[in-house]
Design a protein around this ligand. Sequence first.
Ligand SMILES: [Zn+2]
Length: 119
Amino acid sequence: MRKADLELTEDQIDRVASMFSVDPVTVRRMTFTHIPQSSRRLIAGEPRQLCSSCLRIVDRSRIILRSQLLGWRITCPLCGGRLQTISGRDRSSPFGGYHHAALIGEGMLKDEAERGIQN
Ligand SMILES: [Zn+2]
């Protein structure tokens, strides 16, 4: 799955899209193939964080949201809530007063990774 997340070719994307009767754009959005190599070091191989408000369980398994793998995310893209570490060891941060600046940083890293906008 990790390899599919990062290295699908256009032909493979088309085939996956055909298999699931979805648009290739949908498949691309579900993977990280469009993210440049320089930003991929911030993509985890397994979920590192979660949003307790958007947590979904299907057949006794947690649904893994894309945002749970993205190291630059500090907020949930669905509800805007603050993401928590999976280990549950969230502690109060000495940088809590810089939350607004952290949100700006989150946006800058997202822009670079997902839109190629250099900061
Ligand atoms: Zn959420």
